[in-house]
Design a protein around this ligand. Structure first.
Ligand code: NAD
Length: 737
C-alpha cells in the first residue's frame, strides 16, 4: 500500500498505523489528494482480513490544520460558469457528501479505529477524528482542538455539527460550533470531545491498548437505543438551549452571520433524525454557505488574504531578510509599554526610554502586570515572566540605545517632541538601523524632516491595546526605501502581527476611514436622530460598538483636536459639518472628553453600567426616536457606505494600493463589519453600479461627503469589481467571481 500523503505500517497484531504526512507541506490539510488517499486506505481496511484495527496519526508536529480553503475556492470558481445554478449546487453537494460518505464508511467499517492526536487538530481534520471510535490526544497545553469554520463564515461540513452534539449534547456543542472556540486536550477530554489525554510518549501505546483490550468498533450513535446526550430539541430541559441560544445569537450577531444561523439549524434539525439524515442536512446548509457572499468574503479576507499578508506578500522583493535583536522604545506610555511587551515576548532585547525613571519603570511594570495575569490563568510561568522582564531595560539614558537595529518612538503626539527624540537617538545608530514612528496622525514625510536619514524613516502604527490588536499599519514616507520597508515588515513578522502597507496621507488609511464612522454617527445625532438609535444601528451593522460609544472610547477631545488641525491645514477646502459645533460644545464648553474623564456621550458611573448622558436631549432635540425596518436599513447603509466610500477614495489616491491591505486592515484594525469581508469587498458585493447610485442618493440628501469618486464612477460603468480590476497575485481565483 503506497499513498502520496500517508504512510502505513501493519504490526504483528494486525494493527495498521496510518501516518498522515503530506510531502512538501508543513501542515497536513484536507486536500483532494489527501481525501483520495483516505478513501483508498478505508477500502483496504474494510477488505483486508489481516487488518484488525487502525490507528490514524500524523507524521508532523500538528495532526492537521483543516480543509484546504485555497483549493476549495479554486474548485468553486473552476466549476462555475459552464453550468446552471442547480447543477453547480448539485455538484457542490455531491462533493461534500463524498467526504461525509468516506467518514461514514470509516466509522462503520467494522474494525476499531483510533485517532492518536499528536498535535493541533482543527476543522476537517478534527472531524476525521470524530469519525474514529476512540480519540486519544497528547496531553500538551499548546495543542488546540477545534472546529473554527464559523470564524470564516462556514460550518463544519464533515459531520462536525452532527457528531459533536451526539457526543456531548447540543448545549455543550453549540458554543464550540458557533464561536469556533478551540480546546486544550485535557479540557476536551473533560467535556467528552475526546476520550483521553495522555503523555505524548504514551499516545500510540494507549491507542494500541484500546484496540486490543476494548476495541469497540461501533459509534455510540449507531448503537441500538442511542439517545443524544441532553436529549433532542423537544425533550424537556433541552428546549431552552435553542430558545435562549437563538435569542443570544440574534443579540450578538444581529442576523449578519449566515454561518451561525445555519449551524443552529444543523444541530436543531439534525439531532432529531438518524445520523445519515443529519449529515445530509448539514451538507445542504454547508452548500448554502458556500454560495453566500458573506462566506466567500470572509474566507478571502480573514483567511487567504490574512495568511498572504502575514507571510509577507507586500514585502519588497530582493531584499535580504533581517532580524531585530535589539529594539529601542522611546516613550513608555500606553503604546510604548505595549510595544515593549510584545517585542520582549518574542525574545528581543528592549531598551525602554522615558523622560524620567519612574515613567520608564511604569512602562515596564505594564509587562509585569500582563504576565501576572497570564500566570493567574495558567498561561505563563514564573520563570517565563522573569525571562521576559529581564529582556526589558527601563531607563532614561539614551546611550543605552547603541546597537539597536530598530527604534520606535511613541512619545507625545507633538511634532517638536518627536523631532527632538529623533535627533537625539539617531546619532547613536548604525547606518542601516531603522527609525519608526508610532504616530497616529502626523504625516511621516513631515516627521522625517527631523531625521538626517529620511530613507531609514518609516511609520509603524500600532493599535491599542498592543498586546491584543493583531494589525500594524506600516506607512511609507516619500523618501523611505525598500530596505527600510522590508526591515519594518520583518519586525512585524517577528512579533507575529499582520502588516498592511500604506502611503503617507492625513490619518493614513485606518484612522481616516474609521474617523468617518464616528463622525457619521455624530452627524446623525446632530440631525436629531435619537442617540440610542444611532448606537443601536451602529451595532446592527456589525461594527463592534456604536459610533457614539466609540467616539467616547477614542476621546472626544482628541477627535476635536484632529478636526481643528485638519480645518487649519485645509483652510478653504475644509467642508464644515453639523457635527463641528456640537463637538466644540461637548469638548470646549462642557469638558466632556469621553470615557477618559467619565463624561462623554455617555456617563460612566463608578458603580454601574455606562448610560447615555441625559443632557444630550438639551443639546439636540431628538426628532427621530422610533425606528422602522426601512429607517434602520437606511441608517445602516449610511454608516457602512460612508466608510466604504472613504476606503475607495484612499484606493484612488494610492494611500492604500492593495485590496488585501484595505480589507484586512479594516477588519482587524478598526473592526469594520467582518461579514462583509471589508469595505472594498462590500462595494464589490453590492455591485459598483448600485453602490454609486446609492451614494449619489445620499450625497444629494446629506452632503458631498457621500459623492462617489471618479474611480468608482469608472468602475460602475461596467460594474467592475475591485477584486477583478486590482486582483493581487496569489488571490484565490474565486475573488474574481
Ligand atoms: P502616552 O501619553 O500614554 O505616552 C507617551 C509617553 O511618552 C509618556 O510616558 C511620556 O512621558 C513619554 N515622553 C514624552 N516626551 C518624551 C521624550 N522626550 N522622551 C521620552 N519619552 C517621552 O501616549 P500614547 O497613547 O502611548 O501615544 C504615544 C504615541 O502613539 C502618540 O504619537 C500617539 O499618537 C500614538 N498612538 C496612540 C494610540 C492610542 O490608542 N493611544 C494608538 C496608535 C498610536
Amino acid at each position: 500500500m503506497t499513498y502520496e500523503n500517508f504512510k502505513t505500517d501493519l504490526d504483528g497484531d494486525g494493527i495498521l498505523t496510518v501516518t498522515w504526512d503530506m510531502p512538501e507541506r508543513s501542515m497536513n490539510v484536507l486536500s483532494g489528494s489527501s481525501m483520495k488517499d483516505l478513501g483508498g486506505i478505508i477500502e483496504k481496511v474494510t477488505s483486508d482480513d489481516a487488518i484488525k484495527g487502525v490507528i490514524i496519526t500524523s507524521g508532523k508536529a500538528a495532526f492537521g490544520a483543516g480543509a484546504d480553503l485555497g483549493e476549495m475556492g479554486s474548485n468553486a470558481s473552476a466549476s462555475a460558469g459552464d453550468q446552471t445554478h442547480e447543477q453547480k449546487l448539485a455538484k457542490q453537494f455531491a462533493g461534500v457528501m463524498a467526504f461525509n460518505n468516506l467518514l461514514r464508511t470509516l466509522e462503520t467499517c467494522g474494525k476499531p479505529v483510533v485517532a492518536a492526536i499528536n498535535g493541533l487538530a482543527m476543522g476537517g481534520c478534527l472531524e476525521v477524528t470524530l469519525a474514529c471510535h476512540y480519540r486519544v490526544a497528547a496531553d500538551d497545553d499548546s495543542i488546540q482542538l477545534g472546529l473554527p469554520e464559523a470564524k470564516v463564515g462556514l460550518l463544519p461540513g464533515g459531520g462536525g455539527t452532527q457528531r459533536l452534539p451526539r457526543l456531548i449534547g447540543a448545549a455543550n456543542a453549540l458554543p464550540l460550533l458557533l464561536q469556533g472556540k478551540s480546546l486544550r486536550p485535557r479540557k476536551a477530554a473533560e467535556m467528552g470531545v475526546i476520550h483521553k489525554a495522555v503523555p505524548a510518549s504514551q499516545l500510540l501505546i494507549e491507542a494500541k491498548r484500546w484496540i486490543k483490550e476494548e476495541g469497540d468498533a461501533e459509534q455510540p450513535w449507531d448503537k441500538k437505543g442511542y439517545k443524544v446526550p441532553g436529549g433532542t430539541p423537544y425533550d424537556k430541559g433541552n428546549s431552552t438551549t435553542f430558545v435562549i441560544g437563538n435569542a443570544l445569537l440574534r443579540k450578538t450577531t444581529y442576523g449578519n452571520y449566515p454561518a451561525q444561523i445555519n449551524i443552529m439549524k444543523c444541530v436543531y434539525e439534525g439531532t432529531q433524525v438518524p445520523i445519515d439524515a443529519g449529515l445530509r442536512i448539514e451538507g445542504r446548509y454547508f452548500v448554502d454557505l458556500l454560495n453566500r457572499p458573506e462566506s466567500k468574503n470572509m474566507i478571502r479576507s480573514l483567511f487567504l488574504s490574512m495568511q498572504e499578508l502575514g507571510k509577507g506578500a507586500r514585502r519588497p522583493a530582493g531584499v535580504d531578510k533581517t532580524e531585530v535583536k535589539k529594539l529601542g522604545m522611546l516613550g513608555a506610555g500606553m503604546m510604548g509599554a505595549g510595544i515593549a511587551y510584545v517585542s520582549a515576548k518574542v525574545g528581543m532585547e528592549v531598551v525602554l526610554i522615558d523622560t524620567d525613571q519612574a515613567a520608564a519603570d511604569k512602562g515596564k511594570a505594564y509587562s509585569e502586570d500582563l504576565l501576572d495575569k497570564a500566570i493567574g490563568k495558567g498561561r505563563e510561568t514564573e520563570e517565563g515572566k522573569q525571562a521576559l522582564l529581564s529582556k526589558i531595560t527601563a531607563t532614561t539614558d539614551y546611550d543605552a540605545l547603541k546597537g539597536c537595529d530598530l527604534i520606535i518612538e511613541a512619545v507625545f503626539e507633538d511634532r517638536d517632541v518627536k523631532a527632538e527624540v529623533t535627533k537625539k537617538s539617531e546619532v547613536l545608530l548604525s547606518d542601516d538601523a531603522v527609525f519608526g514612528s508610532n504616530t497616529s496622525t502626523l504625516p511621516i514625510t513631515g516627521l522625517a524632516k527631523a531625521s538626517s536619514r529620511p530613507a531609514n524613516f518609516i511609520g509603524i502604527h500600532f493599535f491599542s491595546p498592543v498586546d491584543r490588536m493583531p494589525l500594524v499599519e506600516i506607512i511609507v514616507g516619500k523618501e523611505t526605501t525598500d530596505a527600510t520597508l522590508a526591515k519594518a515588515m520583518d519586525y512585524v513578522a517577528q512579533i507575529k502581527k499582520t502588516p498592511i502597507v500604506v502611503n503617507d496621507s492625513r490619518g493614513f488609511y485606518t484612522s481616516r476611514c474609521f474617523g468617518t464612522y464616528v463622525s457619521e454617527g455624530v452627524e446623525m445625532f446632530a440631525e436629531g436622530i435619537a442617540p440610542a438609535l444611532v448606537d443601536n444601528v451602529g451595532r446592527m451593522t456589525g461594527m463592534p460598538r456604536g459610533p457614539l460609544e466609540m467616539s467616547d472610547d477614542v476621546a472626544l477631545d482628541l477627535a476635536h483636536r484632529v478636526r481643528t488641525a485638519t480645518k487649519k491645514d485645509l483652510g478653504d477646502k475644509y467642508v464644515a459639518t453639523a457635527a463641528d459645533p456640537l463637538m466644540e460644545k461637548m469638548v470646549v464648553d462642557l469638558g466632556r472628553y469621553g470615557r477618559k474623564n467619565k463624561k462623554g456621550f455617555y456617563d460612566y458611573p463608578e458603580d454601574g453600567k455606562k448610560r447615555l448622558w441625559p443632557g444630550l436631549g438639551d443639546l439636540v432635540e431628538a426628532k427621530v426616536t422610533t425606528s422602522s425596518p426601512e429607517l434602520v436599513e437606511k441608517l445602516k447603509k449610511r454608516l457602512l457606505y460612508r466608510q466604504a466610500i472613504e476606503a475607495a477614495r484612499c484606493f484612488e489616491e494610492q494611500v492604500v494600493t492593495d485590496v488585501r491591505d484595505a480589507d484586512v486592515g479594516s477588519i482587524i484594525g478598526w473592526g469594520f463589519a467582518p461579514y462583509t469581508g471589508g469595505p472594498l469587498s462590500l462595494i464589490d458585493t453590492v455591485g459598483t453600479a448600485e453602490f454609486v447610485k446609492a451614494c449619489d442618493g445620499f450625497a444629494d440628501e446629506l452632503g458631498e461627503r457621500f459623492r462617489p469618486n471618479q474611480l468608482l464612477r469608472d468602475m460602475a460603468e461596467t460594474n467592475d469589481t475591485f477584486y477583478s480590476r486590482f486582483n493581487p497575485k496569489g488571490q484565490m481565483a474565486a475573488a474574481a467571481e
